[in-house]
Design a protein. Structure first.
Length: 531
């Protein structure tokens, strides 16, 4: 009996040690370390850097995305430029009567797979979303932290010249976006109640099957579904809410803030708001994003224009820095590394062109011409990268805040760098930027929840039970993301987002001839309309 207390102490000592270690590191950090050691091989593979000389290293994912975008640009005869005005007219509704009043013969063949026709209008359904709503839903997933933090990191590393390569990348990405979103509509599934299921999972499976590659199509579709689910929980969820909380905490006083150490509370609030929206599906998401996205873009770009007007005498010099930096030795190397590498990892090229995610949102559009939505989608990289990202870069260059940065700048520091650039001209803008970041994060989360759910439904079925299971898990991850420091988990999710590019780009190249046929059909329909 007298030895029992000693035995008990001996038994409990390891537990005390574990508790102390957990307290020192934090449970989330311990989980993160364990997760990182288990998944590091995958992250290292996706983000493997190919050395070019002693100093230059480039992620291999750069090559298929840039080469693919360049190929599509020329294959479709510069559709990203010659189709620009037509795309704007489609969003304006100029050609809507083609979708609603033309005879069935104008709609093309039934969707490959013999399930449903490729239009809700023909099937007698009211449809899910308009061209404009589909565009804003997809933009809400891309316009966000990449435009604020990603640009600051890119310009810090690559200098002013990085801005030029960012613009070039945006224009090239328009072609990739056109191809994948056209395919998203062409090969989508439409349930009897009008609910749409679309995206790379479907055009990889059905499209490649029509090409005699059924086995390859199933494998690539399954891989994409797994990757998009993983990406939705991390980069499309936890990273967004984590960065939003850090900025809110900082702007409200840091360690003196009410929010200090209350990430879980911020996460609960965000999870409730996200849950309210995503339960309603793409229609509810679109109704929110078609109000939030234009508001965010107008406020952010408006502030940038105000800074540029206030510093109008420096605009000419800023553009000279961009041009000289882009074609000087430092600019070429720095621009490539700063934008096409740094921008890829966090902002997925800032617009996710070639990744395939946006085609999931665009596939829900009301149209019987797949190419019509492809043309709407090509506006997305223009708004996201060419306009919003360029505005951020110009503000950073003109205010001189880039010099304060370095290659080790992380996302939180980069947001504060951009905030400081605006604050130097608009003293109260950090508060506006905080609201914008929270809205950016919120809109990104609700759109990515839809992307992830589509992958989930593809793998586990379309029942209400599977739907609500996914959405509950997604909301739980919102809370975890705000409260925890899960760098490896988010890094793994980033890797999954970039991994989506592999099966997607294979499908895009193989199915490009189908897209060209759809484009010809739609442009002929517009000519027949006489507008």
């Amino acid at each position: 009996m007298k030895y029992r207390p000693i035995s008990l102490i001996a038994f409990l000592m390891p537990l005390f040690s574990l508790a102390q270690e957990t307290a020192e590191k934090g449970l989330d950090q311990k989980i993160d370390e364990a997760f990182g050691s288990a998944t590091g091989w995958f992250v290292n593979f996706v983000f493997y850097q190919i050395p070019f000389g002693e100093e230059i290293k480039v992620y291999w994912v750069l090559f298929p995305l840039i080469i693919g975008a360049t190929y599509f640009t020329f294959y479709f005869k510069l559709i990203n430029f010659r189709g620009f005005l037509t795309s704007i007219n489609i969003v304006r509704g100029k050609y809507d009567e083609i979708d609603h009043h033309e005879p069935l013969s104008m709609a093309g063949d039934p969707t490959p797979g013999d399930d449903v026709l490729q239009t809700m209008a023909v099937e007698g359904h009211s449809g899910e979303v308009s061209h404009f709503q589909a565009l804003t839903a997809a933009l809400s997933a891309t316009v966000g932290l990449g435009n604020i933090a990603g640009v600051a990191i890119a310009v810090s590393i690559g200098g002013a010249g990085a801005t030029f390569w960012m613009i070039v990348a945006g224009f090239l990405g328009m072609a990739s976006k056109f191809v994948e979103c056209t395919l998203g509509v062409k090969y989508r599934d439409i349930e009897s109640d009008g609910t749409v299921y679309g995206g790379p999972m479907y055009y990889l499976r059905k499209g490649l099957k029509s090409k005699g590659m059924e086995g390859l199509g199933k494998v690539l579709a399954g891989l994409f579904a797994v990757f998009v689910i993983g990406g939705s929980f991390g980069g499309g969820n936890m990273f967004q809410v984590n960065q939003a909380f850090q900025l809110v905490e900082n702007i409200t006083g840091g360690s003196e803030s009410f929010w200090y150490g209350k990430g879980w509370l911020f996460g609960i609030v965000m999870a409730i708001l996200v849950g309210i929206v995503i339960i309603g599906g793409i229609k509810k998401i679109a109704k929110v994003t078609d109000k939030i996205v234009p508001f965010m873009v107008v406020v952010y770009v408006g502030a940038a224009i105000f800074v540029l007007v206030a510093k109008y005498d420096m605009i000419g010099d800023a553009f000279m820095q961009i041009i000289n930096g882009a074609f000087g030795p430092t600019g070429v190397v720095g621009g490539a590394v700063g934008v096409l590498v740094q921008g890829f990892r966090r902002a997925a090229f800032s617009n996710e062109a070639g990744v395939g995610s946006a085609s999931i949102a665009h596939s829900a559009v009301k149209t019987k011409y797949p190419a019509s939505e492809g043309m709407v989608a090509l506006l997305e990289p223009f708004v996201d990268t060419v306009v919003v990202c360029t505005m951020t870069a110009l503000v950073l260059i003109i205010t001189g805040n880039v010099t304060a940065a370095n290659a080790t700048l992380n996302d939180s520091q980069a947001i504060l760098l951009t905030s400081g650039a605006f604050e130097s001209v608009i003293s109260w803008f950090p508060y506006v930027l905080t609201i914008a970041v929270v809205l950016f994060a919120f809109s990104t989360m609700i759109s990515w929840s839809y992307y992830g759910f589509q992958g989930w439904a593809y793998l586990f079925g379309r029942s209400k039970k599977t739907e609500y299971t996914y959405k509950i898990i997604f909301c739980i991850f919102v809370i975890i993301g705000a409260a925890a420091s899960l760098g490896s988990v988010i890094g793994f999710s980033d890797a999954m987002i970039f991994a989506m590019m592999v099966p997607n780009m294979i499908g895009l190249v193989i199915l490009a001839p189908r897209v060209r046929k759809e484009l010809s059909t739609y442009l002929n329909a517009i000519k027949a309309l006489g507008k």
